[in-house]
Design a binder for this molecule. Sequence first.
Ligand code: NAD
Length: 259
Amino acid sequence: MSTKLMSGKKGFVFGVANDHSLAWSIAQELHNHGAQLAFNHLPNPKMERRVRQLAEPIGSKVIVPCDVQDDEQVRSAFHQARETLGELDFVVHSIAYANRDALYNPFYRTSRADFLQAMDISAYSLVSLCQHGLAHMAEGASVLTLTYMGSVKMVPGYNVMGVCKAALESSMRYLSAELGREKKIRVNALSAGPVRTLSSAGIDGFAKILEHYPTKAPLARNVTHEEVGRSGLYLLSDLSTGVSGEVHYVDAGYNIIGW
Ligand code: NAD
């Protein structure tokens, strides 16, 4: 009997920027377990090149431009994936952005424009992917988003992104209830502990967060890219068919500590 969890499954992974991206950690697990994958890239030649370098060697036939601020690009990305792969069994949303000012200045000084942009790209985009992806997803498909504990606790330097993650997690619950009734689609969030990536490099004091976790976490260490990837695989595979609307922490247990 095959031990491959994703044989015959097809899905769209949004949010690979380079080989440190958490989306790439998840994509590698999905690929190793037999899934066929579509990828997006930000619509510029540099990002296209970077994503192609990773996606083509694993046989991806769909590598398309998609800035999630543009609904037309989201619609078109799903259409292209559907044409080549057929109905999708899963969608990974691993996207976040906030202007540098909004991350480095005190939260109370966040401008309206920076707040709305961060919310649009980091939270509303999940709604947009579900809205435009629904018709292209199979019954029982699984949608996964990436979040961080700064949604429910004040983490110094996380600022507007914490507020975006709170909106993202709440959106995930509403989507889970609606898409579950509509098409038995599961929607979950994976809350990763701190991991070095392009985005995390933009968080003021990220190095301190990385140093702090092992001092408090039950496992006395940080998590790895591979651990985030494997937990993503679990939430996207049939191992988790009874799980929806959940925020699943992969943080060496840090979130349970109260002192
Ligand atoms: P990353 O920089 O590799 O990924 C972020 C992705 O968002 C990039 O691929 C980028 O191109 C994409 N993106 C930004 N603006 C976009 C737009 N307008 N349209 C389409 N795509 C856009 O960094 P990452 O750490 O892998 O981040 C992935 C997710 O994981 C984010 O939601 C992040 O908040 C979350 N997360 C990261 C950590 C961590 O410590 N790295 C911890 C918990 C959660």
